[in-house]
Design a protein around this ligand. Structure first.
Ligand SMILES: Cc1ncc(C[n+]2csc(CCOP(=O)(O)OP(=O)(O)O)c2C)c(N)n1
Ligand SMILES: CC(=O)[C@@H](O)[C@H](O)COP(=O)(O)O
Ligand SMILES: [Mg+2]
Length: 630
């Protein structure tokens, strides 16, 4: 039998559905999500929480004429189901649906940036453009309670609240959680509002009674309207949003589709900025998710390999616990991701020395400068891609003041399935320009632990330890040392080494494979792991001088990355050797597996070997030409 969901090819197909059909549709969507996302992997809990909300949104507003933006976008699977995209079999996989809004997929999708707390800024811009260009349509921003803890939200609200006659709808999807319960004063305020008597219901009841009372009813209604503010202040804790100048509608039961529609219709008709505060449950309708401690924020694909013992995050977690026990001055900071960055064991053992600042990386970094200035050593644990949001704070609050702050950048390099704004490929290049900053890139879990220790020993400059997502693989032993660098491959002393590969961090396994292939092909090759890639070891130019060709391999953008720094270091030392740098392109990389993206970037051992052999052939020809020209 055809399901209701199968009849929905675009939002207008929702209009004719009866309340019973809408209820059936919500159930079918939940089933689709649970089956499809559990198989493919993805953000299950967040989407289970916005089924009714998204149905009501698309019934009341007319996307794409009405512009609906989702903050982060991880909760847009229901939106995709209602806008003609119901095949989740390849969700987040190469060639399949993105796990986030994607303009290439649909005109209904607007914001592809998965970095949180941007939706209100987008909405402010869209609303200004709408009014300036005179086009028709509503602007709606959907943002979670976690997203509200980001600083950009308050920059946007400051502007949105000032535009009192400019219609703009903010839908707060308040499930009380980011990954875990959302922290902070705002979260406490929202919790108070969530538990306030249902102000809207009282108001609606009062309105219906008074409007249906003959004689004095209407007069009393006028008085009640004036008293409404007082009523709200009594029923709803201090109306922060209204004090800001925003119309507040709520709290609304975020799983009652009819209530949601009524609230969205009121918001749609309001001639200024309006907040609709929806109370939802992350994982709603799926007991396993409802009872899980992160509400199935993200689930792995059923066929995903279980995390190996040598997981990068676990290595960081373990060393942080050891350091926390040894160094009472070490404190840890997360931006609402205490478990996925590995800080949970530290937080449980040293709760007073652990700070979860909400999704607020800029605050995390600037407050770390304060902590360091007062004699503590903060470790700020963020995903590599999210550090760029706090670059100014790193540069001007931490580095300018020579603060001893350590940044643990998990998910650095290509991550893959999360798509363009989650690949942590910018740090190796962007951080090159930070005066005094020292940056390490461990090649395996043991090196991560060692380099983290070296990093927290630095008290007068920012230090960075950056490592990839997932398994750290087998340990890669050094066969020798030069300066403070580890040699991972060294040609037979009887052979004249030809190629020097500078291996950065997690690319060591690939680099060793390339070296073995080149050496087997008659090109004796040395592999050096500099360990600290900024500043480079002063012994590197001397090592390079003993080779004909220098190759650098990094899991980050080539432009301005470690390869560029190596070239500069050789030139500065008057060592003139050709340098072939391998890294990711200056591009936004579509979602696929990490391996597929690295292959797309030419970062497999075979690809690099082929490229290096071609370069050597060119050098041979060049040498021959020079020799002939005598
Ligand atoms: C700048 C930034 N920091 C961290 C994250 C990681 N992240 C993705 S979703 C999420 C929680 C979002 O919570 P909320 O906005 O309440 O949405 P919900 O998942 O509850 O629907 C976080 C921290 C991010 N996407 N962007
Ligand atoms: C949407 C978001 O930013 C996070 O949920 C991210 O998808 C998590 O990625 P990991 O799975 O690498 O922890
Ligand atoms: Mg939330």
């Amino acid at each position: 039998m055809a399901t209701v969901l199968s009849t929905i090819r675009e939002p207008r197909d929702l209009d004719g559905l009866s309340p019973a059909q809408l209820e059936t549709l919500a159930a079918e969507i939940r089933e689709h999500l649970i089956v499809g996302v559990s198989a493919a992997g993805g953000h299950l809990g967040s989407n289970l929480g916005v089924v009714e909300l998204t149905i009501a949104l698309h019934r009341v507003f007319e996307s794409p004429r009405d512009r609906i933006v989702f903050d982060v976008g991880h909760q847009a699977y229901v939106h995709k189901l209602l806008t003609g995209r119901q095949d989740f079999s390849m969700l987040r996989r190469k060639g399949g649906l993105s796990g986030y809004p994607a303009r290439a997929e649909s005109p209904h999708d607007i914001v592809e940036n998965q970095h949180a707390s941007t939706a209100l800024c987008w909405a402010d811009g869209l609303a200004n453009a709408r009014d300036l260009t005179g086009v028709d349509g509503h602007v709606v921003a959907v943002i979670g309670d976690g997203g509200l803890t980001g600083g950009m939200v308050w920059e946007a609200l400051n502007n949105i609240a000032a535009a009192k006659d400019r219609p703009l709808v903010i839908v707060v999807n308040d499930n009380g959680r980011s990954y875990q319960p959302t922290i902070g004063g705002l979260a406490d305020y929202l919790a108070r509002v969530r538990t306030a008597p249902d102000y809207e219901k009282v108001l609606q009841w009062g309105r219906s009674v008074l409007e249906n009372t003959p004689l004095f009813g209407r007069q009393v209604m006028a008085v009640a309207h004036g008293a409404k503010k007082g009523l709200k202040d009594v029923l709803v804790p201090q109306g922060m949003f209204e004090d800001l100048g925003l119309k507040y509608i709520g709290p609304i039961d975020g799983h009652n589709e009819a209530d949601l529609e009524a609230a969205f219709e009121r918001a749609k008709g309001f001639p200024g900025p309006v907040i609709v505060h929806c109370i939802t449950e992350k994982g709603h309708g799926y007991p396993e998710a409802e009872q899980s401690d992160e509400r199935y924020h993200q689930v792995k694909a059923t066929n995903a390999a279980p995390p190996g013992a040598g997981n990068w995050t676990n290595a960081f977690a373990g060393e942080m616990v050891a350091l926390g026990a040894e160094r009472p001055d070490i404190v840890a900071i997360t931006a609402a991701m205490r478990r996925s960055t590995g800080l949970e064991p530290f937080a449980e053992l040293f709760p007073d020395r652990f700070f979860d600042v909400g999704i607020a990386e800029q605050h995390a970094v600037a407050s770390a400068a304060g902590l360091a200035t007062a004699g503590l050593h903060p470790v700020v644990a963020v995903y590599g891609t999210f550090l760029t949001r706090a670059f100014d704070q790193l540069l001007m609050d931490v580095a300018l003041h020579r603060c001893g702050v350590t940044f643990a950048l998990d998910r650095s390099g290509v991550t893959g399935e999360d798509g363009a704004s989650h690949n942590g490929v910018w740090d190796l290049a962007v951080l090159q320009v930070v005066p005094g900053l020292r940056m390490a890139a461990p090649r395996d879990a043991a090196q991560l632990r060692a380099q983290l220790r070296e990093a927290v020993a630095v008290s007068d400059a920012p230090t960075v330890v950056r490592y990839p997502k997932g398994d750290a693989g087998a340990p890669i032993p050094a066969v020798d040392r030069v300066g403070d660098m580890d040699l991972l491959r060294r040609p037979d002393p009887a052979e004249q080494a030809e190629v020097l590969i500078v291996s950065v961090g997690g690319m060591a396994e690939v680099c060793c494979a390339v070296a073995d292939q080149l050496t087997a092909g008659g090109h004796p090759t040395t592999v050096v792991d500099p360990r600290w890639v900024k500043p480079l070891d002063p012994a590197l130019p001397g090592l390079a001088a003993g080779h004909r060709l220098v190759v650098t391999v990094e899991d980050g953008v080539r432009a301005g990355g470690v390869g560029a720094a190596v070239g500069q270091a050789l030139a500065d030392a008057n060592v003139w050797r050709p340098v072939r740098s391998f890294g990711t392109p200056v591009a936004f990389l579509d979602h696929a597996s990490r391996g597929q993206v690295l292959q797309h970037c030419g970062l497999t051992a075979r690809d690099i070997t082929d490229q290096v052999e071609a370069t050597l052939t060119t050098l041979d020809r060049t040498d021959a030409t020079v020799a002939m020209s005598g």
